[in-house]
Design a protein around this ligand. Structure first.
Ligand SMILES: N#Cc1c(-c2ccc3ccn(Cc4ccncc4)c3c2)n[nH]c1N
Length: 243
């Protein structure tokens, strides 16, 4: 997978070259390119924003600069790309989104700042039949798209084959089966008077699996009843319902 990020703060994306993601790049599983939006400005001040039509607070990012930047970055590689525009007004970015994007050959992230990017940039891309997703990582407001890109790239890349040491980890993630994952424990057996649940030390794999499923159902019911309500009919078996 090739990942391109266009931003006025390239340094914000430096963490993508660290740790697990850095190793995925080093192993050739991911190609990452970060581009400074100001490279496509033509004025001495390298202006990327202007006042909003209709008035209101803040500034809006100029369509000319973004249009030229996206055209140039898309032309760098012939692989088909999905354009991703983080925005507080976007559709929710979820584990399902991350999973779906693992099938993309290329992702191009457009990081806005100020009050966002002139809408015509997205409209122009869509009318050219380019796939564009306007997505939000959560119901809170950030200052720009860079942090959202860090979140989304990590969520996607960790799912790519060969990235995680043990692929089973991803299968047991929260949300992978529609539920939150339950509690985890490691040595010592007793810590500050708190013991590891006995069933986890029993060696009885059927009992352990049942206990873990019950804890996941319990935690999901307590913390995210919306996820429980959204489960498909056949997601819960009789043992689950008995819980
Ligand atoms: N994904 C995501 C986001 C963002 C986000 C993303 C891109 C931009 C570009 C500019 N801003 C600042 C801004 C824009 C409009 N209204 C208010 C503030 C951004 C915020 N905030 N919260 C999220 N969950």
């Amino acid at each position: 997978m090739r990942i391109d990020v266009i931003t006025i703060f390239p340094g914000y994306l430096a963490p993508l070259r660290e740790a697990l993601l850095g190793r995925a790049i080093g192993a050739g599983l991911v190609d990452l390119a970060v581009h400074d939006l100001r490279s496509w400005t033509r004025d001495v001040h390298q202006a990327v924003d202007d006042s909003p039509y209709g008035g209101g607070p803040g500034m809006v990012m100029r369509p000319q600069v973004w249009g030229e930047a996206l055209d140039a970055v898309l032309a760098l590689d012939e692989r088909p790309a999905r354009i991703v525009v983080p925005t507080p007004a976007g559709r929710p970015f979820t584990q399902a989104t991350a999973q779906a994007w693992t099938g993309e050959e290329r992702l191009v992230f457009a990081c806005g700042r100020y009050e966002g990017i002139d809408q015509r940039v997205v409209d122009d891309a869509r009318r050219r039949d380019l796939p564009v997703d306007e997505v939000s990582i959560g119901d809170y407001v950030l200052v720009g798209g860079e942090v959202a890109v860090l979140v989304m790239v990590e969520a996607v890349v960790r799912l790519l084959p060969g990235v995680l040491g043990n692929p089973a980890s991803a299968q047991q993630d929260s949300f992978s089966d529609g539920l939150l994952e339950g509690p985890a424990y490691t040595r010592p057996e007793v810590w500050r008077g708190l013991a590891v649940p006995e069933v986890l030390r029993s060696g009885n794999h059927a009992k352990i699996a049942r206990w873990r499923r019950d804890r996941a159902l319990e935690r999901t019911a307590q913390r995210r009843p919306d996820l429980l309500a959204a489960l498909p009919e056949d997601a819960l078996d009789d043992a689950d319902r008995a819980f």
